[in-house]
Design a binder for this molecule. Structure first.
Ligand SMILES: C[S@@+](CC[C@H](N)C(=O)[O-])C[C@H]1O[C@@H](n2cnc3c(N)ncnc32)[C@H](O)[C@@H]1O
Length: 188
C-alpha cells in the first residue's frame, strides 16, 4: 500500500515539513508520495521523506486510489487492503469546527472511493498511522483516542489542538518537533 499526501496548503509551512517528516518515519519513505506540491524547491525539500510531484494525484493516473475523508459513509477496514493500491490524504490543517474541506478539495472531484476513520478530524499524520494499522489488520474499535490536546507553552499560555489523536503506549501521537514548534511559535 502506498500513501499519498495531497498538499493543499498555500505554502509548505514549517509545521507541514515537521508533520510530513513524521509521516515518513511512521510508514517509510518508499511508501510515501507527496502530490500537488506547487514549487520545485518544495519538491526538493520533501525528497528526503518520499517522492514529490508538482501534479495533483488526480493527474498522475495512479491505480486504485481511495480518499480518506471524515465525511465518507464507509469506515476503512482490513478488507480494503485488497481493494486499493493507494490511500490519499489531505495535507491540510484542520479547522474547528470541521468544514468538510477534504470533501470540497479532494473527494468531491472525480469518482473516488472514500473511507472514514471515524467522524472526528485527526491531524494528517494520525490519520495515516490509523489507516496503516487498519490495512495491516487492526480493527477500528481497537484504537484508543484522545480528543483535544492542550500544550502548556511554559509562558503561562497554552496551545489548544481541537483534534483527535491516537494513543500509542498511552500517549497522544504527536511529533516531538511539532510540540517544540507549537510551544515556541504559540500556534501553527
Ligand atoms: C486535519 S484533516 C483535515 C480535515 C478537514 N478539516 C476536513 O474538514 O475534512 C487532514 C486529513 O487527514 C485525513 N483525516 C483526518 N481525520 C479523518 C477521519 N476521521 N476520517 C478520514 N480521514 C481523516 C483526511 O484525509 C484529511 O484531509
Amino acid at each position: 500500500m502506498k500513501f499519498i499526501i495531497e498538499h493543499l496548503e498555500e505554502k509548505l509551512w514549517p509545521w507541514c515539513i515537521i508533520e510530513y517528516r513524521h509521516i515518513s518515519k511512521l510508514i517509510g519513505k518508499k511508501n510515501l508520495i507527496f502530490t500537488n506540491v506547487r514549487f520545485k524547491k518544495d519538491c526538493d525539500r520533501l525528497a528526503p521523506f518520499g517522492k514529490a510531484y508538482k501534479e495533483s494525484f488526480r493527474e498522475l493516473g495512479l491505480p486504485r486510489v481511495c480518499v480518506l475523508d471524515p465525511s465518507s459513509e464507509k469506515t476503512l477496514s482490513r478488507a480494503d487492503a485488497g481493494r486499493f493500491d493507494h490511500l490519499a490524504f489531505g495535507g491540510i490543517l484542520g479547522t474547528y469546527p470541521m468544514q468538510l474541506r477534504t470533501k470540497k478539495l479532494i473527494s468531491g472531484y472525480g469518482s473516488w472511493e472514500t473511507r472514514n476513520l471515524g467522524d472526528r478530524q485527526m491531524p494528517t499524520d494520525n490519520a495515516v498511522y490509523v489507516a496503516k494499522k487498519i490495512v495491516e489488520g487492526m480493527n477500528f474499535e481497537e484504537f484508543r483516542f484522545q480528543d483535544w490536546l492542550v500544550l502548556e507553552t511554559g509562558k503561562g499560555e497554552a496551545v489548544e489542538l481541537p483534534y483527535r489523536y491516537a494513543l500509542v503506549d498511552g500517549k497522544p501521537l504527536i511529533a516531538a518537533q511539532l510540540v517544540q514548534h507549537l510551544k515556541k511559535a504559540g500556534g501553527f
